[in-house]
Design a binder for this molecule. Sequence first.
Ligand code: HEC
Ligand code: HEC
Length: 364
Amino acid sequence: MNRFRVSAFFVGVFFVGILAGCKKDFFVDDNIATITGKPTEYQLNLPKSFPPMKIPASNPLTNEGVALGKKLFYDPLLSSNNGQACASCHQQNASFVDSAVKFSKGVTGVLGGRNSMPIYNVGYATAWFWDGRAKTLEEQVFHPITSQNEMNQDLGLLIEELNNSASYKKMYTAAFGQGEITFDKTAKAIAQFMRTIIAYTPKPLDTSKLDASEKRGLIVFLDEKKGDCFHCHELGNFMTNYKFANNGLNVNAINDPGLYAITRNPEDLGKFKVPALINVKYTAPYMHDGRFKTLREVIDFYDIGFHFNPQTNYYLDPNLKKHFDNSTNKPTPRAWTEQDKQDIINFINGLVDESININPAFSK
Ligand code: HEC
Ligand code: HEC
């Protein structure tokens, strides 16, 4: 065995270990990657209103790491048939979702079961995916690469392919110092790149930037008798509380238990990650299963379409349950008018940062 094969073997052994349940340990410490190089610190220029981003001590942002992460993000080499990159399902010109499709096709032609998620401001989340199954952004990277419905890649082979590339060898050494290319370094670099994708709009916190309709929309958004949206889509830089909630989608019908699949806690049945309402103008269709094509459909859902059912959807969030009438088994009519709904839509459509769709720093 040459040394690439040996390292591929060890990576293989390692990932059998991961599948056996020690995933967390692998990603939090540096027992494979010995960082000996001298990469240069990446200056993350955050908007003034943003809190500091929590970046793991084991994976500081460096110029070399971010550059490597970007190259990997756009490289179809990461997939089993070398035909699909991360960017295939996270397209920059579509605000980093899979443009206009409900579900994405993996390399084998099979459709996945969930709608692609945008990857801006992901450095601020505390768990990743609709069901929160990834506890670190580094761990997140592992899932699409190995998932049969997505890139369907054998990690041992991937590491071998990367080790065989002279240009990658150079870039990994610049980012992480001398040594073999490992999956740990690969995940770290991609996570670094994603942490640099920041979407910002001053509008949620500076109402002077809103036009008349958006201003009215904000008021309806906050009004507990009307939209009442802010408990989950918290007003602020990110327009989410980054928690998981059951917003009354008829989950039983599509057989996706959400967070429950991870925690096995019955109260988590039908809970999904509360999405950020930034750039949703560009990320239709909506919800974890892409069931709504337009914001209008979303608003009508919150008005008259959400479900509470003691058998199938007992854990509807209290902030929606209070708008449900048990005697009619339907949402209680709210005080919002046609104009109110249109104003909310205009408010949400105004929460955009178009620059991330074209910024060359995030482009191929
Ligand atoms: C085949 C399409 C596809 C490919 C390829 C793909 N993704 Fe995704 N991505 C998705 C889908 C679908 C989801 C939501 C999946 C879920 O929740 O189960 C997602 C979710 C994510 C999330 C979670 C965002 C959040 O806010 O929680 C991140 C981050 C991400 N992908 C990054 C990547 C990276 C990095 C790669 C490449 C290594 C990649 N994706 C490859 C389709 C894809
Ligand atoms: C109880 C918490 C909660 C409340 C209240 C709530 N939402 Fe949501 N919202 C969610 C969750 C959770 C999802 C994702 C659900 C899923 O896909 O399974 C979501 C999804 C969305 C989406 C889709 C975004 C995307 O990227 O797919 C939009 C738009 C939205 N909500 C707007 C609103 C508006 C407008 C209101 C008020 C009328 C509102 N929400 C009230 C929790 C809430």
